[in-house]
Design a protein around this ligand. Structure first.
Ligand SMILES: [Zn+2]
Length: 311
């Protein structure tokens, strides 16, 4: 983005430093800082701040799409808007009413086979308190032969992700009236570090086991307002969508609601569960800000031209 706007900058860790573009003061010692992960900027001299979309609008008088002469933004998957407003809904978690036995997966061969086939090791089972049932009722919802993964917030079980290990329908079941307005494993996530977001719990397994513990899921692609709020608290978000139509919807939904920039890592494989650890590592390494994908895809600015630096 800065290259496109002919802004020279210095790079130091996650921060880029440049001469302030507010036009309100001389800025001989660059005091304007742009965060590489969130795209948010701030001048420590005059307080000029905003995000990359507001910057493009202010410097060019045009939106990103106008500036790049893109008249078919729908094809770009990212529907970046200038101002995004949303309603906030708060839900009070319901208490769970459970009848029946919750069992240890190690006591059933078929359950263990299911888990091992999905590369789930004992640490993953223990860390996420994974159990199973033959038959239980939670809040009136019947669970038959399902792996039970508790969704915990502030140490309390808010809901259960109940997935069949006998190919039953639906694949995943949640108890009636329970709230999924959270991120999986939220009690242990670090919002100050790079946080990786995937579509489902099974997509987390290889990343959690081999790459980083700071990985989460929002239980499918339909984000709630509460989940958007939580994701916006994370300034180093890296999303790895499934490589399918739903994955594209997921990104366009995120882009519509998030005020911060975030990185996206696109997979060659179908989803993070099928990708090798090597592919996942490369995908995380090569992830880019969504806004940079738009500029790149427009073809108007080649990466060689946009390597501006303060000498
Ligand atoms: Zn300034």
């Amino acid at each position: 983005v800065l290259g496109m706007l002919n802004i020279r900058f210095k790079e130091k860790g996650d921060e880029l430093r440049a001469h302030c573009m507010s036009g309100t003061h001389e800025d001989n010692t660059p005091s304007w800082f742009i965060n590489k992960n969130s795209g948010m900027f701030q001048c420590f001299s005059c307080g000029y701040r905003g995000n990359l979309h507001t910057l493009i609008k202010e410097l060019t008088g045009q939106t990103l799409y106008e500036y790049l002469q893109i008249d078919n933004p729908d094809e770009y998957m990212f529907k970046a808007m200038l101002t995004k407003k949303k309603k906030r809904i708060r839900k009070i978690p319901t208490k769970l009413k459970i009848t029946g036995d919750i069992l240890d997966p190690h006591s059933d061969k078929q359950v263990m086979e299911y888990l091992r086939n999905r590369n789930i090791d004992d640490q993953f089972i223990n860390d996420f308190h994974i159990k199973y049932c033959n038959f239980i009722v939670i809040n009136g919802t019947k669970f038959r032969n399902r792996i039970l993964i508790p969704i915990i917030v502030d140490g309390k079980i808010l809901s259960y992700d109940g997935r069949t290990f006998t190919d039953d329908k639906p694949k995943v079941l949640y108890p009636k009236g329970t709230s999924l307005g959270t991120l999986f494993n939220i009690d242990n996530l670090n919002f100050d570090k790079e946080l990786i977001l995937v579509e489902g719990i099974m997509d987390m397994v290889k990343i959690y086991t081999h790459i980083t513990k700071n990985v989460t899921t929002c239980f499918g692609i339909n984000l709630s307002n509460k989940q958007i709020d939580l994701l916006e608290n994370c300034q180093h978000l890296l999303v790895i969508p499934d490589n399918d139509k739903a994955g594209k919807q997921f990104i366009s939904l995120l882009d519509k609601h998030m005020n911060y920039e975030y990185k996206i890592g696109f997979l060659e494989s179908k989803d993070p569960g099928e990708a090798s650890v090597e592919e996942l590592k490369n995908t995380i390494q090569n992830a880019k800000l969504s806004i940079d994908y738009i500029i790149e895809k427009s073809g108007l600015f080649q990466s060689e031209e946009i390597k501006w630096r303060i000498k």
